[in-house]
Ligand binder design. Structure first.
Ligand code: GDP
Ligand code: GDP
Length: 440
């Protein structure tokens, strides 16, 4: 059996050749700023995970002008679509929908070949999400924001592409990748102790050579039927015989660990309560849109009665109010109390973090929310309207709401809607991003 094939389709200059090159990591297709330069079908060999496949770049399709190439272009596209198991239609997120995109969408609807919609030139993830959302209206399904130049989003797209290939082993789903868990916290909260308790004392300890910087060493463990990659930021402070002093708490390295993680365990100290440094780290986790569990350590060292946990939770949550969605757990790294249950909680959180809900369900929840509480009006009596909403990304779950004017929605109402989405759609333990997008 021959290799499977993906066809790349779109009007000129949207970035088809750049995308084809990215799949193939080669420079075979000609890239040029002049529209319509890649005119013929070019075949290249693409690779992704365990798959090898053909990539056909169909050249720029234009159906709505009198180009002399018109019949030829159409013909080329037809051939490509017959050969392909899946087609990617590329559009330009910076330009928005054009008439040519609409003709292409119409043309594709007449074919049986499944189509993925790539919204290119979405360099900034946040803008990309809302830029891409507009393209739902092409009726080609979910838009994937990507940047062919920088590679953002192309991995997700390729995951989807290869899922259409027959006889291919399904590509390792994200479940099979190790889950990256970063242990974050200021010095002395018990990060190394926690790591040791999780892994057992036999874990090899790598000592640093003076004067060299090294990244922290990640540790892998199996828990709850998953592989976990533990990113330890305590790192080189682990060896007590070497006296490095407190300056080794590198905030930058901690920030890097947050970036590399799927979930952060934010370790705080039950004895000290929440400090400014803790708040700073928490703020960063929230800015990066990472899932998080607040881990209150040294629970063994606290004099407790039956109210202590609730009182402490209230106090800690007040100080970390911007992570109000994050589950909180009270542990002792020293005695091991509740340490292993971190993994079952992390699994639930991650499931929510990666969950996708359909547009119709999002809109049911929105309708219900608006029913209970209408959007506010401004002084001039102009009332906010939410037309519809859609989930545009996962990890973190991100939603774009299309409204008449974002300025009409104040902080209180926004928080109300966020809460409704969170609770109505089962994202209780996950950060959410919500983009309020006005009519242009
Ligand atoms: P094609 O005609 O659809 O094959 O488009 P090309 O791949 O030749 O790209 C057309 C133009 O868009 C070139 O100037 C590219 O550098 C630019 N381009 C392609 N991908 C991206 C991207 O992800 N972001 C930005 N900003 N420009 C891109
Ligand atoms: P790190 O700097 O965050 O890696 O913190 P360490 O793991 O080095 O711990 C700092 C200090 O807190 C050490 O003296 C530990 O023995 C102590 N410690 C860590 N976890 C616990 C705990 O669960 N209970 C108590 N009582 N002490 C702890």
């Amino acid at each position: 059996m021959g290799l499977s094939t993906v066809a790349i389709i779109g009007r000129p200059n949207v970035g088809k050749s750049t995308l084809a090159n990215r799949f193939c990591q080669s420079r075979e297709a000609i890239i040029h700023d002049q529209p319509g330069v890649t005119r013929d079908r070019t075949y290249q060999r693409g690779f992704w995970c365990n798959s090898e496949f053909n990539v056909i770049d169909t050249g720029g399709i234009v159906f709505n002008d009198d180009s002399e190439f018109f019949p030829e272009i159409r013909n080329q596209a037809n051939i490509a679509l017959q050969e392909a198991q899946v087609a990617i239609v590329v559009v330009d997120g910076q330009q928005g929908i054009t008439a040519a995109d609409e003709s292409i969408a119409e043309f594709l609807r007449g074919h049986k070949c499944p189509v993925l919609l790539a919204v290119n030139k979405c360099e900034s993830p946040e803008q990309g999400l809302s830029m891409a959302a507009e393209f739902w209206s092409l009726g080609l399904g979910e838009p994937f924001p990507i940047s062919a130049i920088h590679g953002a989003g192309t991995g997700d797209l390729l995951d989807k592409v290869v899922s259409y290939f027959p006889n291919e082993k399904a590509v390792a789903s994200s479940d099979e990748q190790p889950i990256r868990l970063a242990i974050i916290g200021r010095p002395n909260v018990g990060k190394s102790s926690l790591l040791n308790t999780i892994c057992g004392e036999n874990r090899s300890i790598v000592s640093p050579i003076r004067g060299t910087t090294r990244d922290t060493v990640d540790t892998y463990v199996e828990r709850e039927n998953h592989r976990w990659q533990l990113i330890d930021t305590a790192g080189i402070r682990r060896r007590r015989s070497v006296d490095y002093g407190p300056e080794l708490f590198s905030i930058n390295r901690t920030f890097k660990a947050i970036e590399r993680s799927d979930i952060c365990l934010l370790v705080v100290d039950a004895i000290d309560s929440v400090t400014e440094q803790d708040q700073r780290l928490a703020g960063r986790i929230e800015d990066e849109g990472r899932a998080c569990i607040i881990v209150v350590n040294k629970w063994d060292a606290i004099m407790k009665d039956s109210h202590t946990m609730a009182t402490m939770e209230k106090d800690f949550r007040n100080k970390l109010y911007f992570l109000d969605w994050a589950p909180m757990i009270f542990i002792s790294a020293l005695t091991g109390q509740r340490v292993q249950s971190l993994f079952s909680i992390a699994k639930i959180v991650l499931e929510q973090y990666r969950r996708r809900v359909t547009t119709s369900v999002v809109n049911e929840v929105l309708k219900e929310a608006i029913g209970w509480r209408s959007p506010p009006s401004n002084r001039g009596g102009r009332q906010g309207r939410i037309y519809y909403g859609t989930q545009v990304a996962t990890s973190p779950p991100s939603f774009t709401l299309f409204v008449n004017d974002p300025k009409l929605f104040g902080e209180t109402y926004r928080r109300y809607i966020e809460r409704q989405i969170r609770e109505g759609l089962g994202f209780e333990g996950s950060p959410l991003k919500i983009f309020w997008r006005g009519k242009q």
